[in-house]
Write a protein that binds this ligand. Structure first.
Ligand SMILES: Nc1ncnc2c1ncn2[C@@H]1O[C@H](COP(=O)(O)OP(=O)(O)OP(=O)(O)O)[C@@H](O)[C@H]1O
Length: 290
């Protein structure tokens, strides 16, 4: 079970605009490897918080802490304004924090509606003749997908026959149905082409419209900027940018992600290689902003 830490009692009710999830100075060590340090992050209802960063920057560690898979070693993790310590993902789910992983944990050969209710099947009738309530599960699946603007011709089709974008969208609708207030999306567009990524971005926006706080993990600043309200860029375990949309342009975000200084050095090296026309590389590579 999640334990609420005693510093704030239940009397300290969270004000209406309080973030659902807030991290204050959170740090994490794996032995003597420092994976995260001094992370401040707020996830508000009806807002998309994008977490960007290169490989090894600490994105997975951060979502593991928020989703209850790992515990933080430093700082505070607050839910509804109260410090918590989550022992497992069930604790996070009980607080309304759901994670949609890239592999989606679906059974490809089972119909869409079976996957929607996987592990939480509805039944009817008394024990020992209790049976699956197939009609109700199909109806709810249909209603929940429609509410997110997802229209499938046939809920009987195996989920493995859907496109990658559609499968992600079903997983998002499923999390919303089972009571998520905060949705963590682990690189949902990483393996998708342009069109399918567009499908997923549309449903991220739909989840926001339904009042969820969304944490969107991505490598891609363009995808982040299409739906993001707030941007956190991780670099070597620390936040190198933590800015609201109005305070950062797409160009700045791209430059932070690209590591402008490193790219400038790379461009210099490429200049020594025959056949690489460095003048064709983007201008910001040579003039990174601070
Ligand atoms: N279980 C572990 N034991 C030791 N070090 C770890 C462990 N997990 C992660 N690390 C280290 O912590 C740092 C952050 O890793 P993390 O996986 O969180 O980064 P990431 O941004 O998610 O990268 P990727 O996009 O490649 O998954 C890295 O230096 C990594 O080597």
């Amino acid at each position: 079970m999640a334990t609420k830490e005693s510093k704030n009692g239940p009397a300290d009710a969270a004000p209406a605009d309080e973030p659902v999830v807030r991290l204050r100075g959170v740090g994490k060590l794996y032995g003597n490897v420092r994976a995260l340090e001094g992370i401040d992050l707020a996830v508000r209802p009806g807002r998309v918080t994008c977490v960007l960063g290169d490989n090894g920057a600490g994105k997975s560690t951060l979502i593991k802490i928020i989703s209850g898979l790992h515990q933080h070693d430093e700082g505070e993790y607050l839910v509804d304004g109260e410090p918590v310590r989550l022992n497992n993902p069930r604790d996070a789910l009980n607080l309304g924090i759901a994670t949609v992983y890239q592999d989606l944990a679906t059974v490809p050969l089972l119909p869409v509606w079976r996957n929607f209710f996987l592990g939480s099947e509805l039944t009817r009738g008394p024990w020992p003749v209790r049976r699956l309530d197939i009609q109700r599960m199909k109806k709810i699946t249909d209603e929940e997908l429609s509410a997110m603007g997802i229209h499938l011709d046939n809920l009987e089709q195996p989920i493995g026959t859907l496109s990658g974008g559609q499968r992600q969208s079903v997983a998002i609708a499923r999390a919303v149905h089972f009571g998520a207030r905060v949705l963590i999306l682990d690189e949902p567009t990483a393996a998708l082409g342009v069109k399918q990524s567009g499908v997923v971005l549309k449903y991220i926006a739909a989840a926001r419209e339904r009042g969820l706080g969304v944490i969107f993990i991505t490598h891609n600043p363009h995808h982040a900027y299409m739906v993001g309200d707030h941007f956190a860029v991780l670099r070597l375990g620390a936040l190198e940018l933590n800015a609201a949309r109005e305070d950062v342009s797409l160009e700045e975000l791209t430059n932070h992600m690209a590591g402008g200084t490193e790219l400038a050095a790379l461009k210099h090296e490429l200049a020594q290689v025959r056949g690489v026309d460095v003048d064709e590389l983007p201008e910001e590579v040579t003039a990174p902003s601070a």
